[in-house]
Design a protein around this ligand. Structure first.
Ligand SMILES: [Zn+2]
Length: 190
């Protein structure tokens, strides 16, 4: 599992591919000295899309996509379970909270804090590993930076406890959202 959570590190296969595309772009420039950068880019895009189509329509390409999709579903499952766990914990720890604010990090961990009726943080900030990991395994990235680096936050959201039918009004949610995240918070974020 640890291996699968390397994030955006470029593997050697992708590096080779990028090298190949660079070479192709260079030879296009030599072949067509009048082409500007935009034209070269357009031609490269066409080639890359064509290559991807061919690769993905092959048997091994389809198997690869299935693998990717299965992995994405697994990641989403783990994330949902982590959020359910957080909401259950908050329900016990801060039953008077109206919502929970989540900061999802690029490593898969989630920071969470209960939000009061006034839209202010209450109780402790908790840290949950969204990764399916062995017991006692801590995220090594968060161990180094405490998970507090805002640049690593990929998603911020308010989660409201209870069923959909129990949701507070849009107006109220927008108002709390603005208090928590600032005036940039809009209906689209709800
Ligand atoms: Zn982490």
């Amino acid at each position: 599992m640890k291996e699968e959570n390397k994030g955006l590190e470029i593997d050697s296969k992708s590096k080779d591919l990028i090298k190949k595309w660079k070479k192709q772009a260079d030879s296009l420039k030599k072949k067509h000295p009048k082409w500007n950068a935009e034209k070269v880019q357009q031609e490269m895009k066409k080639r890359i899309i064509q290559e991807a189509k061919e690769a993905l329509s092959s048997k091994s390409g389809q198997a690869y996509m299935e693998e990717v999709n299965a992995h994405l579903r697994e990641v989403e499952d783990v994330r949902k379970k982590a959020i359910d766990g957080i909401m259950a914990y908050m329900g016990k720890k801060s039953p008077e909270a109206i919502a929970t604010v989540l900061f999802e990090l690029d490593c898969g961990c989630i920071r969470a804090c209960a939000v009061s009726q006034k839209g202010t943080p209450m109780g402790e900030m908790i840290m949950v590993s969204g990764k399916q990991v062995e017991k006692d395994y801590e995220c090594s990235i968060c161990r180094d930076d405490g998970g507090a680096d805002p640049r690593r936050c990929i998603r911020k959201a308010l989660v409201w406890p209870g069923e959909e039918s129990e949701l507070p009004s849009e107006e109220f949610r927008l108002d709390i959202g603005k208090k928590v995240f600032g005036d940039d918070y809009s209906l689209g974020d709800i």
